[in-house]
Design a protein. Structure first.
Length: 263
């Protein structure tokens, strides 16, 4: 592995490109530890600071992960998170077996908290209004890939199973439909990119300057009143959002108005 000192590309970017390619072709497998920074510096004939910049760049991209006192490892770059919110409802309003096979959801907290601004706006209430929230994380075999929270009106959820700190063995929306007596009829998703909070970066095992994707999912009943507002935060470089849809066939062109003349 060599670099070209005369190239326009900075040395740390040349090294990053070579490491990226080696990982892609399987020279280093997910979970495998890379050589130490001094060893790679000697390998490429550059200063240790240059290799450190390379590692920092690939960590931001989500390709590498550094474990203090242990070393730098290849993250599971061949695993991509492909989840749109509609996946939670399953293909026929049922349990989504494919997601269940790939991801493990763990309930982390249930309680009443002041609603953050985006949740309050979605419900049409004042910031800080007390609401019921159910928080969870989602994991693959390698890492935590999602931080999530589902919010409900206290007036709706009080005294129901939604207040219990337990998993239901079925999708949350099905439990909510039954105990609230409301049907999820439509939903909107708003996805944005931002920097993670300190806690988010720690749980997702990403650098504080690694961007995350943030989802705000609002589910409505048949009268367009919000039932649930859900939040999900994913590590940006590790997340791919994919949607497949049909494209309408072209409709027949109407006959031109014979009274119009073409110039």
């Amino acid at each position: 592995m060599t670099i070209n000192p005369g190239a326009a590309e900075f040395p740390h970017r040349q090294i990053a490109a070579q490491l990226r390619e080696r990982i892609r072709r399987g020279d280093w497998q997910p979970g495998e530890r890379l050589p130490s920074i001094p060893a790679m510096a000697e390998m490429f004939g550059v200063a240790k600071q240059t290799v450190q910049r390379t590692v920092d760049q690939l960590r931001v991209e989500g390709i590498l992960i550094t474990k203090p006192g242990s070393g730098t490892y290849v993250r599971g770059t061949r695993r991509r998170l492909n989840r749109l919110s509609r996946g939670r409802y399953g293909p026929r309003r049922g349990y989504h077996a494919d997601l269940a096979a790939r991801y493990r959801q763990q309930l982390t907290a249930v309680g009443r908290e002041p609603a953050p601004a985006e949740v309050a706006d979605a419900f049409g209430v004042r910031d800080g209004t007390e609401m019921l929230v159910r928080r969870h994380i989602v994991r693959t075999d390698e890492a935590t890939v999602e931080l999530g929270a589902s919010w409900f009106r206290v007036t709706d959820a009080s005294g129901t199973s939604l207040e219990r700190a337990e998993a239901f063995g079925r999708p949350l929306y099905q439990e909510a439909e039954e105990v609230l007596g409301k049907r999820y009829a439509s939903a909107t998703d708003t996805i944005s990119a931002r920097q993670p909070s300190r806690d988010e970066a720690e749980i997702l095992q990403i650098r504080p300057d690694t961007p995350v994707l943030h989802l705000l999912h609002v589910a409505f009943d048949e009268s367009r009143k919000p039932i649930e507002v859900a939040q999900a935060t994913w590590p940006g470089p590790m997340t791919t959002l994919t949607e497949e849809y049909k494209i309408p066939a072209p409709s027949p062109e109407p006959d031109p108005d014979p009274g119009l003349a073409l110039a």
